[in-house]
Design a protein around this ligand. Structure first.
Ligand SMILES: *[C@@H]1O[C@H](CO)[C@@H](O)[C@H](O)[C@H]1NC(C)=O
Length: 301
């Protein structure tokens, strides 16, 4: 068969389109993340400093939980909008009673907060990923899912995209939750309180695993969660410029990040249908009237 130059052209175009659409999704327009950023560049320990262990010049750290204490760290900077991610390998083996958290939070009393909480389990039993959003000090927007992989085997990327239009929770670039800006419906949306990035590992065996039935087995301590990926893609709010100018200047503000695309909506609906354990939006005994922001969740309610 003779391949004409125009079909070579089409082939090339196809390859380009394929490569583009494979890298599509939220990361499509994102700059490449620098690897091996040392922990200390953007983060500092919050408590129990000796329970954080450093590897490879700080490009990987381990949080240790034992019967004396857990530990945690926080970003040095505060951020107003951005894309915040962390590569985490959860506590392997028997992690029942432990909680590993990765979240953003502002520091004032009517605070905003965006939460990932990973609830451990007995060996071989599935973790639960709980997410929540606080606006103006009020949370009560829990969702819980199972994951489609074992989060203790490898590092996976957990991230939050936060701009004026939406907050999206991602697991390895798969959107698992969207919180749209529903200011027009009278729902508060985080927009003017800079947040720090936090992570911690602690004991919560009064509620975490099977509602508190499974207790932490301290004979298995220390419990160890591993972290990499300390780069931060956010608009840093310094003391001088409390509200940094993000309009149109940062990649996370641009058009393709203002809503999910149809591919992402499909992925999100796949997660919702297949992995949901709990969703406050569908909890009619707790919320007889559907919370307004839930109506923005296309396709399911
Ligand atoms: C732990 O495993 C049990 C049994 O498979 C399951 O019901 C529960 O949802 C799992 N996760 C947590 C965090 O309790």
């Amino acid at each position: 068969m003779i391949i004409s130059s125009s079909s070579v052209g089409n082939l090339l175009l196809m390859v380009v389109v394929m490569v583009y659409s494979c890298s599509g999704g939220v990361m499509g327009a994102a700059p490449r993340r620098p690897v091996d950023v040392p922990f200390g560049r953007n983060y500092a320990p919050t408590w129990a400093f000796d329970h954080i262990k450093y590897f490879n010049g700080g490009s990987e750290i381990h949080l240790h939980l034992d019967k004396y204490t857990g530990t945690g760290f926080q970003s040095k900077g505060s951020y107003l909008f951005g894309h915040f991610s962390m590569h985490i390998k959860m506590v392997p083996g028997d992690s029942a009673g432990t909680v590993t958290a990765f979240y953003l939070s502002s520091q004032n009393s009517e605070h905003d907060e965006i939460d990932f909480e990973f609830l451990g389990n007995r060996t071989g039993q599935p973790y639960i990923l709980q997410t929540n959003v606080y606006t103006g000090g009020k949370g009560d927007k829990e969702q819980r899912i199972n994951l489609w992989f074992d989060p203790t085997k490898d590092f996976h990327t957990y991230s939050v995209l936060w701009n004026l239009y939406q907050i999206v929770f991602f697991v390895d670039d798969v959107p698992i939750r969207v919180f749209k800006n529903s200011k027009d419906l009278g729902v508060k949306f985080p927009f003017n309180q800079p947040m720090k990035i936090y992570s911690s590992l602690w004991n919560a065996d009064d509620w975490a695993t099977r509602g508190g039935l499974e207790k932490t087995d301290w004979s298995k301590a220390p419990f160890v969660a591993s972290y990499k990926g300390f780069h931060v893609d956010g608009c840093e709010a310094s003391v001088q410029a409390k509200f940094c100018d993000t309009q149109g200047k940062r990649w996370w503000d641009q058009k393709e990040f203002q809503d999910l695309d149809s591919y992402q909506w499909n992925r999100l609906n796949w997660v919702r249908k297949t992995y949901t354990i709990y969703n406050y939006c569908t909890d009619r005994s707790r919320y007889p009237i559907v919370p307004p922001e839930c109506k923005r969740d296309r396709d399911i309610y």
